[in-house]
Design a protein around this ligand. Structure first.
Ligand code: HEM
Length: 325
Protein backbone atom coordinates (compact mmCIF):
# COMPACT_ATOMS: atom_id res chain seq x y z
CA UNK A 1 0.00 0.00 0.00
CA UNK A 2 2.99 2.30 0.50
CA UNK A 3 3.40 2.32 -3.26
CA UNK A 4 -0.13 3.58 -3.69
CA UNK A 5 0.79 6.76 -1.94
CA UNK A 6 3.74 7.17 -4.30
CA UNK A 7 1.55 6.83 -7.35
CA UNK A 8 -1.26 8.91 -6.02
CA UNK A 9 0.56 11.87 -4.52
CA UNK A 10 0.81 13.45 -7.99
CA UNK A 11 -2.91 12.82 -8.43
CA UNK A 12 -3.67 14.66 -5.21
CA UNK A 13 -1.51 17.51 -6.43
CA UNK A 14 -3.42 17.45 -9.73
CA UNK A 15 -6.69 17.63 -7.80
CA UNK A 16 -5.48 20.71 -5.96
CA UNK A 17 -4.74 22.43 -9.27
CA UNK A 18 -8.33 21.80 -10.33
CA UNK A 19 -9.64 23.89 -7.49
CA UNK A 20 -9.18 27.21 -9.19
CA UNK A 21 -11.74 30.01 -9.23
CA UNK A 22 -11.90 29.56 -13.00
CA UNK A 23 -13.28 26.06 -12.49
CA UNK A 24 -15.98 27.41 -10.20
CA UNK A 25 -16.85 30.23 -12.61
CA UNK A 26 -17.43 27.77 -15.42
CA UNK A 27 -19.81 25.55 -13.46
CA UNK A 28 -17.17 23.38 -11.87
CA UNK A 29 -17.09 22.63 -8.17
CA UNK A 30 -14.15 23.50 -5.96
CA UNK A 31 -12.80 20.37 -4.32
CA UNK A 32 -12.02 20.91 -0.67
CA UNK A 33 -9.44 18.80 1.11
CA UNK A 34 -10.78 18.55 4.67
CA UNK A 35 -8.36 19.43 7.48
CA UNK A 36 -6.77 16.58 9.40
CA UNK A 37 -9.24 15.80 12.17
CA UNK A 38 -8.40 15.33 15.82
CA UNK A 39 -11.45 13.08 16.25
CA UNK A 40 -9.49 9.87 15.76
CA UNK A 41 -10.03 7.77 18.87
CA UNK A 42 -12.00 4.62 19.43
CA UNK A 43 -15.75 5.09 19.10
CA UNK A 44 -18.85 2.92 18.83
CA UNK A 45 -20.14 2.88 15.26
CA UNK A 46 -22.79 3.49 14.15
CA UNK A 47 -24.13 6.23 16.38
CA UNK A 48 -27.84 6.84 16.83
CA UNK A 49 -27.93 9.25 13.92
CA UNK A 50 -26.73 6.60 11.46
CA UNK A 51 -29.00 3.54 11.49
CA UNK A 52 -28.88 1.00 8.69
CA UNK A 53 -31.23 1.75 5.81
CA UNK A 54 -31.23 -0.72 2.94
CA UNK A 55 -30.37 0.75 -0.46
CA UNK A 56 -33.32 1.54 -2.67
CA UNK A 57 -33.63 0.77 -6.37
CA UNK A 58 -31.95 4.00 -7.50
CA UNK A 59 -29.08 3.88 -4.99
CA UNK A 60 -25.58 3.06 -6.21
CA UNK A 61 -23.63 0.29 -4.50
CA UNK A 62 -20.51 -1.39 -5.85
CA UNK A 63 -17.49 -3.60 -5.21
CA UNK A 64 -16.28 -1.93 -1.99
CA UNK A 65 -17.88 -3.32 1.16
CA UNK A 66 -16.44 -0.42 3.19
CA UNK A 67 -18.04 2.32 1.10
CA UNK A 68 -21.28 0.35 0.70
CA UNK A 69 -21.56 0.04 4.48
CA UNK A 70 -20.90 3.75 4.96
CA UNK A 71 -23.64 4.61 2.44
CA UNK A 72 -26.12 2.17 4.00
CA UNK A 73 -25.65 3.99 7.31
CA UNK A 74 -25.76 7.49 5.86
CA UNK A 75 -22.13 8.33 6.61
CA UNK A 76 -21.92 8.70 2.84
CA UNK A 77 -24.91 9.94 0.82
CA UNK A 78 -27.44 7.13 0.69
CA UNK A 79 -27.68 7.38 -3.10
CA UNK A 80 -24.01 6.36 -3.37
CA UNK A 81 -22.89 9.54 -5.16
CA UNK A 82 -20.18 11.23 -3.13
CA UNK A 83 -17.69 14.06 -3.23
CA UNK A 84 -13.98 13.79 -2.43
CA UNK A 85 -14.41 15.41 0.98
CA UNK A 86 -17.46 13.31 1.85
CA UNK A 87 -15.40 10.15 1.26
CA UNK A 88 -12.46 11.40 3.35
CA UNK A 89 -14.76 12.43 6.21
CA UNK A 90 -16.92 9.31 6.12
CA UNK A 91 -14.02 6.83 6.04
CA UNK A 92 -12.50 8.59 9.06
CA UNK A 93 -15.73 8.75 11.02
CA UNK A 94 -16.84 5.20 10.27
CA UNK A 95 -13.54 3.30 10.10
CA UNK A 96 -10.88 5.70 11.38
CA UNK A 97 -9.08 5.65 8.06
CA UNK A 98 -6.11 8.01 8.18
CA UNK A 99 -6.49 11.30 6.31
CA UNK A 100 -3.84 10.85 3.60
CA UNK A 101 -4.76 7.25 2.82
CA UNK A 102 -8.42 8.23 2.50
CA UNK A 103 -7.42 11.19 0.33
CA UNK A 104 -5.28 9.01 -1.92
CA UNK A 105 -8.07 6.47 -2.46
CA UNK A 106 -10.80 9.09 -2.88
CA UNK A 107 -8.58 11.10 -5.25
CA UNK A 108 -7.75 8.04 -7.32
CA UNK A 109 -11.43 7.05 -7.53
CA UNK A 110 -12.45 10.59 -8.47
CA UNK A 111 -9.86 10.91 -11.25
CA UNK A 112 -10.10 7.35 -12.52
CA UNK A 113 -13.86 6.83 -12.49
CA UNK A 114 -15.60 10.04 -11.38
CA UNK A 115 -16.15 13.57 -12.55
CA UNK A 116 -13.53 15.73 -10.84
CA UNK A 117 -14.99 18.84 -12.49
CA UNK A 118 -18.17 18.36 -10.43
CA UNK A 119 -16.44 16.66 -7.49
CA UNK A 120 -18.66 13.58 -7.79
CA UNK A 121 -17.95 9.88 -7.99
CA UNK A 122 -20.34 6.93 -7.86
CA UNK A 123 -19.49 4.14 -5.42
CA UNK A 124 -21.34 1.89 -7.86
CA UNK A 125 -21.92 2.26 -11.58
CA UNK A 126 -22.86 4.94 -14.04
CA UNK A 127 -25.32 7.51 -12.71
CA UNK A 128 -27.47 10.13 -14.40
CA UNK A 129 -26.21 12.51 -11.70
CA UNK A 130 -22.66 12.31 -13.07
CA UNK A 131 -22.37 13.53 -16.67
CA UNK A 132 -19.61 13.21 -19.23
CA UNK A 133 -16.48 15.19 -18.36
CA UNK A 134 -16.01 18.61 -19.97
CA UNK A 135 -14.71 18.24 -23.51
CA UNK A 136 -15.35 14.50 -23.20
CA UNK A 137 -11.71 14.24 -22.11
CA UNK A 138 -12.30 10.69 -20.85
CA UNK A 139 -14.40 9.60 -23.81
CA UNK A 140 -18.01 10.19 -24.84
CA UNK A 141 -19.64 8.16 -22.05
CA UNK A 142 -20.35 9.26 -18.48
CA UNK A 143 -17.82 8.08 -15.87
CA UNK A 144 -18.44 4.47 -14.96
CA UNK A 145 -18.13 4.75 -11.18
CA UNK A 146 -15.81 2.54 -9.17
CA UNK A 147 -17.63 -0.57 -10.40
CA UNK A 148 -16.23 -0.13 -13.88
CA UNK A 149 -13.49 -2.65 -14.54
CA UNK A 150 -9.97 -1.31 -14.98
CA UNK A 151 -7.98 1.51 -13.42
CA UNK A 152 -9.30 0.81 -9.88
CA UNK A 153 -11.60 -2.23 -9.91
CA UNK A 154 -9.56 -5.26 -10.91
CA UNK A 155 -8.91 -8.99 -10.88
CA UNK A 156 -8.32 -11.44 -8.02
CA UNK A 157 -10.74 -9.74 -5.67
CA UNK A 158 -11.81 -11.59 -2.58
CA UNK A 159 -15.59 -11.68 -2.91
CA UNK A 160 -16.16 -10.37 -6.40
CA UNK A 161 -15.45 -12.34 -9.58
CA UNK A 162 -13.06 -11.17 -12.30
CA UNK A 163 -14.92 -9.03 -14.83
CA UNK A 164 -13.94 -11.31 -17.71
CA UNK A 165 -15.58 -14.35 -16.15
CA UNK A 166 -18.40 -13.15 -13.90
CA UNK A 167 -19.94 -10.48 -11.69
CA UNK A 168 -17.14 -8.13 -10.61
CA UNK A 169 -19.43 -5.78 -8.67
CA UNK A 170 -21.73 -7.71 -6.35
CA UNK A 171 -20.90 -9.98 -3.43
CA UNK A 172 -20.47 -13.62 -4.49
CA UNK A 173 -21.44 -16.26 -1.96
CA UNK A 174 -19.26 -18.95 -3.52
CA UNK A 175 -16.09 -16.85 -3.16
CA UNK A 176 -16.99 -15.86 0.38
CA UNK A 177 -17.49 -19.53 1.25
CA UNK A 178 -13.90 -20.09 0.18
CA UNK A 179 -12.76 -17.31 2.50
CA UNK A 180 -14.70 -18.96 5.34
CA UNK A 181 -13.04 -22.27 4.52
CA UNK A 182 -9.60 -20.69 4.81
CA UNK A 183 -10.64 -18.98 8.03
CA UNK A 184 -11.67 -22.32 9.49
CA UNK A 185 -8.40 -23.95 8.41
CA UNK A 186 -5.90 -21.23 9.26
CA UNK A 187 -7.70 -18.86 11.63
CA UNK A 188 -7.17 -18.53 15.35
CA UNK A 189 -9.47 -19.91 18.02
CA UNK A 190 -11.63 -17.80 20.28
CA UNK A 191 -13.46 -18.86 23.44
CA UNK A 192 -16.26 -16.50 22.45
CA UNK A 193 -16.73 -16.92 18.70
CA UNK A 194 -15.36 -20.44 18.32
CA UNK A 195 -12.41 -22.42 17.02
CA UNK A 196 -10.97 -21.24 13.73
CA UNK A 197 -13.15 -18.15 13.80
CA UNK A 198 -10.56 -15.36 14.00
CA UNK A 199 -9.37 -14.04 10.65
CA UNK A 200 -5.59 -13.59 10.58
CA UNK A 201 -2.80 -12.59 8.21
CA UNK A 202 -2.15 -16.28 7.58
CA UNK A 203 -5.77 -16.71 6.47
CA UNK A 204 -5.35 -13.91 3.98
CA UNK A 205 -2.01 -15.21 2.70
CA UNK A 206 -3.45 -18.60 1.95
CA UNK A 207 -6.77 -17.35 0.60
CA UNK A 208 -5.29 -14.71 -1.69
CA UNK A 209 -2.80 -17.17 -3.10
CA UNK A 210 -5.56 -19.68 -3.76
CA UNK A 211 -7.65 -17.02 -5.48
CA UNK A 212 -4.70 -16.14 -7.69
CA UNK A 213 -4.18 -19.75 -8.74
CA UNK A 214 -7.89 -20.17 -9.46
CA UNK A 215 -8.00 -17.07 -11.59
CA UNK A 216 -4.95 -18.12 -13.55
CA UNK A 217 -6.83 -21.21 -14.64
CA UNK A 218 -10.23 -19.61 -15.15
CA UNK A 219 -9.46 -16.16 -16.53
CA UNK A 220 -7.53 -16.13 -19.78
CA UNK A 221 -7.58 -12.32 -19.70
CA UNK A 222 -6.19 -12.11 -16.16
CA UNK A 223 -4.52 -8.82 -15.28
CA UNK A 224 -2.40 -9.01 -12.14
CA UNK A 225 0.38 -6.50 -12.59
CA UNK A 226 2.21 -4.86 -9.72
CA UNK A 227 -0.34 -2.07 -9.32
CA UNK A 228 -3.23 -4.50 -9.09
CA UNK A 229 -1.29 -6.81 -6.79
CA UNK A 230 -0.62 -3.91 -4.43
CA UNK A 231 -4.24 -2.81 -4.39
CA UNK A 232 -5.67 -6.29 -4.00
CA UNK A 233 -3.35 -7.14 -1.12
CA UNK A 234 -4.15 -3.74 0.33
CA UNK A 235 -7.82 -4.69 0.33
CA UNK A 236 -7.00 -7.84 2.26
CA UNK A 237 -5.13 -5.63 4.74
CA UNK A 238 -8.23 -3.42 4.95
CA UNK A 239 -10.32 -6.38 6.02
CA UNK A 240 -7.92 -7.16 8.86
CA UNK A 241 -7.25 -3.57 9.88
CA UNK A 242 -10.57 -1.81 9.41
CA UNK A 243 -13.23 -4.48 9.93
CA UNK A 244 -11.67 -5.72 13.20
CA UNK A 245 -13.46 -4.61 16.34
CA UNK A 246 -11.50 -1.72 17.86
CA UNK A 247 -12.17 -3.02 21.36
CA UNK A 248 -9.65 -5.86 21.06
CA UNK A 249 -8.34 -5.51 17.49
CA UNK A 250 -9.49 -8.97 16.44
CA UNK A 251 -11.72 -9.84 13.52
CA UNK A 252 -14.16 -12.70 13.94
CA UNK A 253 -15.78 -14.33 10.94
CA UNK A 254 -19.14 -13.18 12.29
CA UNK A 255 -18.02 -9.55 12.22
CA UNK A 256 -16.46 -9.97 8.78
CA UNK A 257 -19.74 -11.46 7.55
CA UNK A 258 -21.69 -8.43 8.68
CA UNK A 259 -19.59 -6.20 6.42
CA UNK A 260 -19.30 -8.51 3.43
CA UNK A 261 -22.72 -10.16 3.42
CA UNK A 262 -24.99 -7.51 4.86
CA UNK A 263 -22.96 -4.36 4.32
CA UNK A 264 -23.81 -3.13 7.77
CA UNK A 265 -21.86 -2.42 10.96
CA UNK A 266 -22.18 -5.30 13.43
CA UNK A 267 -23.76 -4.81 16.86
CA UNK A 268 -21.42 -3.49 19.56
CA UNK A 269 -18.73 -2.67 17.04
CA UNK A 270 -16.10 0.01 17.57
CA UNK A 271 -13.89 1.57 14.96
CA UNK A 272 -10.12 1.13 15.44
CA UNK A 273 -8.46 3.18 18.17
CA UNK A 274 -5.82 4.85 15.98
CA UNK A 275 -5.98 6.17 12.43
CA UNK A 276 -5.29 3.34 9.97
CA UNK A 277 -2.59 4.31 7.49
CA UNK A 278 -0.29 2.64 4.98
CA UNK A 279 2.58 2.96 7.47
CA UNK A 280 0.93 0.45 9.76
CA UNK A 281 -0.01 -1.81 6.86
CA UNK A 282 3.38 -2.05 5.13
CA UNK A 283 4.74 -4.91 7.25
CA UNK A 284 1.49 -6.73 6.75
CA UNK A 285 1.66 -6.28 3.01
CA UNK A 286 5.19 -7.63 2.93
CA UNK A 287 4.20 -10.53 5.10
CA UNK A 288 1.40 -11.35 2.74
CA UNK A 289 3.49 -10.97 -0.39
CA UNK A 290 6.60 -12.81 0.75
CA UNK A 291 5.34 -15.14 3.42
CA UNK A 292 4.66 -18.81 3.01
CA UNK A 293 3.87 -18.32 -0.65
CA UNK A 294 5.72 -16.51 -3.33
CA UNK A 295 3.35 -14.16 -5.06
CA UNK A 296 2.97 -13.85 -8.80
CA UNK A 297 2.26 -10.97 -10.96
CA UNK A 298 1.45 -10.49 -14.57
CA UNK A 299 -0.99 -9.73 -17.34
CA UNK A 300 -1.62 -11.23 -20.73
CA UNK A 301 1.40 -11.01 -22.98
CA UNK A 302 1.24 -7.80 -24.95
CA UNK A 303 -0.78 -5.98 -22.34
CA UNK A 304 1.84 -5.35 -19.72
CA UNK A 305 2.12 -1.93 -18.19
CA UNK A 306 5.42 -0.55 -17.00
CA UNK A 307 4.64 -1.71 -13.48
CA UNK A 308 3.97 -5.19 -14.78
CA UNK A 309 7.37 -5.39 -16.41
CA UNK A 310 9.27 -5.13 -13.14
CA UNK A 311 8.30 -8.19 -11.30
CA UNK A 312 8.44 -10.69 -9.37
CA UNK A 313 8.97 -14.18 -8.13
CA UNK A 314 7.84 -17.26 -9.89
CA UNK A 315 7.66 -20.76 -8.64
CA UNK A 316 6.86 -24.20 -9.81
CA UNK A 317 3.19 -23.87 -8.94
CA UNK A 318 2.45 -21.20 -11.50
CA UNK A 319 0.00 -22.97 -13.75
CA UNK A 320 -0.10 -20.77 -16.77
CA UNK A 321 3.32 -19.80 -18.04
CA UNK A 322 1.77 -17.18 -20.27
CA UNK A 323 1.31 -15.00 -17.24
CA UNK A 324 4.82 -15.29 -15.87
CA UNK A 325 7.02 -12.27 -16.47
C1 HEM B 1 -11.47 5.69 0.87
C2 HEM B 1 -12.12 5.42 -0.19
C3 HEM B 1 -12.26 4.05 -0.80
C4 HEM B 1 -12.36 3.80 -2.11
C5 HEM B 1 -12.35 4.83 -3.23
C6 HEM B 1 -12.49 2.36 -2.29
C7 HEM B 1 -12.64 1.72 -3.50
C8 HEM B 1 -12.68 0.36 -3.69
C9 HEM B 1 -12.74 -0.32 -4.96
C10 HEM B 1 -12.80 0.36 -6.32
C11 HEM B 1 -12.73 -1.63 -4.73
C12 HEM B 1 -12.79 -2.75 -5.76
C13 HEM B 1 -11.44 -3.28 -6.01
C14 HEM B 1 -11.47 -4.68 -6.56
O1 HEM B 1 -11.68 -4.84 -7.76
O2 HEM B 1 -11.26 -5.63 -5.81
C15 HEM B 1 -12.66 -1.80 -3.32
C16 HEM B 1 -12.60 -3.02 -2.71
C17 HEM B 1 -12.51 -3.16 -1.36
N1 HEM B 1 -12.57 -2.18 -0.42
FE1 HEM B 1 -12.63 -0.21 -0.73
N2 HEM B 1 -12.48 1.78 -1.07
C18 HEM B 1 -12.35 2.76 -0.12
C19 HEM B 1 -12.34 2.60 1.24
C20 HEM B 1 -12.43 1.41 1.86
C21 HEM B 1 -12.53 1.23 3.27
C22 HEM B 1 -12.58 2.35 4.31
C23 HEM B 1 -12.58 -0.10 3.49
C24 HEM B 1 -12.68 -0.84 4.77
C25 HEM B 1 -13.26 -0.38 5.80
C26 HEM B 1 -12.52 -0.78 2.22
C27 HEM B 1 -12.52 -2.13 2.03
C28 HEM B 1 -12.48 -2.75 0.81
C29 HEM B 1 -12.37 -4.18 0.65
C30 HEM B 1 -12.27 -5.22 1.74
C31 HEM B 1 -12.39 -4.44 -0.73
C32 HEM B 1 -12.22 -5.80 -1.41
C33 HEM B 1 -13.54 -6.44 -1.72
C34 HEM B 1 -13.28 -7.78 -2.35
O3 HEM B 1 -12.21 -8.02 -2.90
O4 HEM B 1 -14.16 -8.63 -2.25
N3 HEM B 1 -12.44 0.19 1.26
N4 HEM B 1 -12.64 -0.57 -2.70
Amino acid sequence: MGRIVLWISPLLWALSTLTTPAAADSGGVIIVVPPVSTDTGIKQIPDAAHPYVAPGPGDQRGPCPGLNTLANHGYLPHNGIASFEQIVNATREGFNMEHDLAGALAGFAMLARGNAFLDLVSIGGTSSLIPVLPGAIDGPNPPGGISKHGRFEGDVSMTRQDAAIGDNVNFQNSLYDELLLYTGRFGDDSPITGNGSIVTTKVMQEFKYARFLEDQVQNKALQYHVGRLTLSYGEAAFVLNFFANGTDGTLSQQTMGSFFRNQTFPANWHRRSTPGSTVGFRPLGMAQGTGTKKEHCGGPVGHLGTWGQRMVHQDERNLNKKYIL
